[in-house]
Design a protein around this ligand. Structure first.
Ligand code: GLA
Length: 406
């Protein structure tokens, strides 16, 4: 057997908790990082994420009764948490189990979620025992929740014979479970990136039409670096849901003068500038401005990448950060320090906060030969200014969910 160390942890946890590993199967789903296109996915705009090699591993086996047993090597203090297929409600103690439970719950509504009545309600006949281990740094904004949802979705599909579901379907079911079972009104980007990831490629997705294309990331002497603020973020869900509301409010006002438009992502910059004065609240106006401009930046950034213009791509990343910092107000002091210090280094083409915000990570394009200097300089300044260390990872782009052979 040749499991990676991470997969082995999930597998060993299974044996220790449940006694033996007969008929156990092992699965993986990746986290994601977004290169540009932030807070555009619930505004009908474009995003440009990729799946990353950090993710979640699970060892799992079907049971013969309706029990569910969960174990996470990341939360050893919780131990084995039990549940039942007859009681799919969020729990307040073993909180992480709300993600797998939410996906099982959402499978029962699959036909409705996917607008495909023939899929119907996908109910599990029996429960399962599962042991997981994730190597996505916690609270880093690299989508451990989406990885979990896509992981559980692919496990249910493979173990229970729901072969009518595509990876894209798993993304929609995962998003629904997060929105409706866990109360986080996220867009589709994270689950889509995890479910549809392709090695070596980022995904250029139009969330208005769900048309997407893979874009090879040939970085030509550059590296993509992820830097973790390691800031414990709080109130993320409520602030995130508030941003969504503000964008909806802006859209409602804009529709009075542009009745044909359904989302901020449908506005060009010129169209928006011509009508933006109908938005009465200055905060709401800034939120809408970010959504419109960020969408156009994302389209331009992908065109620049295709034209091998990484310098322009980097400039657009910087503009994205400024807009998230000043107009959308989802950055934080720690991420501002990381990005702003990175901009000062000649070897850095671009740097921005990535993901939902209020903490988490930045993503930067750095000339390969200056990566050691980048880590040393940014690391030292960050420690001095913030008082704790940042963590640095080189981006490795992964494929989507998969079963690992034992
Ligand atoms: C979170 C959400 C995504 C997206 C980003 C911001 O990661 O889950 O849907 O909105 O924030 O771009």
């Amino acid at each position: 057997m040749a499991l990676t160390a991470q997969a082995q942890k999930a597998y060993d946890g299974f044996r220790e908790a449940y006694g033996d590993t007969e008929n156990v199967r092992v699965f993986f789903a990746p986290g994601r990082v977004n290169l540009i296109g932030e807070h555009t996915d619930y505004n009908g705009g474009h995003v440009f994420p990729c799946a990353i090699s950090f993710g979640i591993y699970a060892a799992v086996r079907k049971r013969t009764d309706r029990k569910l047993r969960f174990l996470s090597a990341n939360y050893p203090q919780v131990g084995v948490a039990e549940g039942s297929l007859d009681e799919l409600v969020p729990s307040s103690d073993a909180k992480w189990t709300n993600y797998p439970k939410g996906v099982i719950w959402a499978f029962e509504r699959a036909g409705e979620i996917l607008h495909r009545p023939e899929v119907g309600s996908l109910k599990l006949d029996t429960g399962f025992d599962i042991s997981i281990y994730g190597d996505i740094p916690s609270g880093a904004g690299l989508s451990s929740s989406a990885a979990m949802e896509v992981l559980i979705g692919s496990i249910l599909r493979e173990l229970y014979g729901f072969s009518m579901l595509s990876n894209e379907d798993l993304a929609f079911i995962g998003q629904y479970s997060e929105n409706e079972f866990n109360g986080m009104k996220c867009g589709i980007m994270d689950q889509f990136a995890s479910a549809m990831g392709k090695e070596g490629n980022a995904i250029f997705l139009d969330t208005n039409t769900m048309v997407f294309e893979y874009a090879p990331l040939d970085m030509k002497g550059m590296k993509l670096m992820i830097t973790n603020t390691k800031k414990e973020h709080q109130l993320v869900d409520s602030e995130y849901n508030l941003r969504r509301q503000q964008c909806a409010e802006a859209m409602a006002q804009l529709q009075r003068v542009c009745p044909d438009k359904k989302a901020l992502g449908e506005f060009t910059i010129e169209e928006f500038e011509a009508v933006k004065s109908v938005i009465t609240d200055p905060v709401v106006l800034r939120r809408a401005k970010h959504a419109v401009y960020e969408n156009q930046r994302t389209i331009e950034a992908v065109a620049a990448l295709k034209a091998d213009d990484l310098v322009r791509f980097g400039q657009l990343m910087n503009e994205s950060h400024v807009s998230l910092r000043d107009d959308y107000e989802t950055s934080c002091t720690e991420a501002d320090i990381l990005a702003e210090e990175a901009w000062k280094l000649p070897g850095v083409l671009g740097s921005r906060i990535t993901g939902g915000g209020f903490g988490g990570c930045t993503v930067s394009i750095v000339r390969e030969e200056t990566v050691p200097e980048f880590i040393e300089k940014i690391g030292a300044i960050y420690l001095e200014k913030v008082g704790h260390e940042a963590a640095f990872y080189e981006l490795e782009i992964s494929g989507g969910p998969k079963e690992l052979q034992l």
